[in-house]
Ligand binder design. Structure first.
Ligand SMILES: [Zn+2]
Length: 237
């Protein structure tokens, strides 16, 4: 399968979905495309003297390293961090990314979350997955033969969100921690922002979803229950 994960910021896929991507990687035979809509340029609360362009470059580098560890690639759509907008251009930009990747399955934020960047990302993805199959929407790549199966990841800290599907990430937990540590800037930023670094935050979420699903660590999802984004069969690892 061709797997496309789309987050608002450079650490979102990593927190909510990386263990699942690593489980797919263990299966073999899949391709990985990680996308963020923002450039992450507001991510230097740990040192506000860092210019926007510099922190964006750092974070793009960090997300690239994680994607490469999966054997995949990372694409930054370049919107301003904390000001993501659902525009015609953003929809078509993402439609073309999905077509070029020949996406079979897509992961993104749920429609409720703590940050409007996440909510807007969810909305852009919701629409773009459907448009990726529409033959009268013209981009650089051919329309997909089928709408990709689409899943929502967990909300930040699980607020207002009840997932229905759980992936056991216990076998890849240590690898997830190793790759989270590649986000050096956000390990510092999260500490300053919320008092938790990426590893601690992911550990609490992973154990909580693991408690619900009777494993040590889990990531949780819900299929996007809207036609034609639901596909028969078990798509999760
Ligand atoms: Zn985020």
């Amino acid at each position: 399968m061709n797997i496309v994960a789309i987050g608002a910021h450079q650490d979102d896929i990593e927190i909510h979905c990386l263990g699942t991507l690593l489980r797919y990687q263990q299966q073999g035979g899949h391709t990985f495309t990680n996308v963020t809509i923002s450039n992450g340029d507001k991510g230097a609360q740990f040192d506000t003297s860092i210019p926007y362009a510099e922190i964006a470059k750092t974070r793009i580098g960090e997300a690239t390293k994680v994607a490469e560890a999966l054997g995949g690639r990372y694409i930054c759509m370049g919107q301003s961090d904390e000001y993501i907008r659902d525009t015609d251009e953003a929809r078509n930009q993402l439609v073309d990314i999905l077509r070029e990747a020949k996406a079979d399955i897509v992961f993104t934020h749920p429609p409720v979350d703590y940050n409007t960047d996440h909510i807007t990302t969810s909305q852009i993805v919701f629409h773009a997955v459907m448009l990726s199959n529409v033959k009268t929407i013209f981009t650089d790549h051919e329309p997909l033969p089928e709408t990709p199966a689409t899943f929502y990841m967990d909300s930040t800290a699980g607020f207002e969100w009840q997932p229905s599907h759980y992936v056991d990430i216990t076998p890849v937990w240590e690898k997830k921690v190793e790759l989270l540590n590649l986000h050096e800037s956000q390990m510092q930023n999260m500490l300053k922002f919320g008092g938790w670094d990426l590893v601690k935050f992911s550990r609490i979420m992973g154990q909580f979803r693991g408690l619900q699903s009777k494993v040590e660590y889990a990531e949780a999802f819900k299929p996007v229950l809207a036609w034609p984004r639901v596909r028969a069969g078990n798509w999760l690892p």
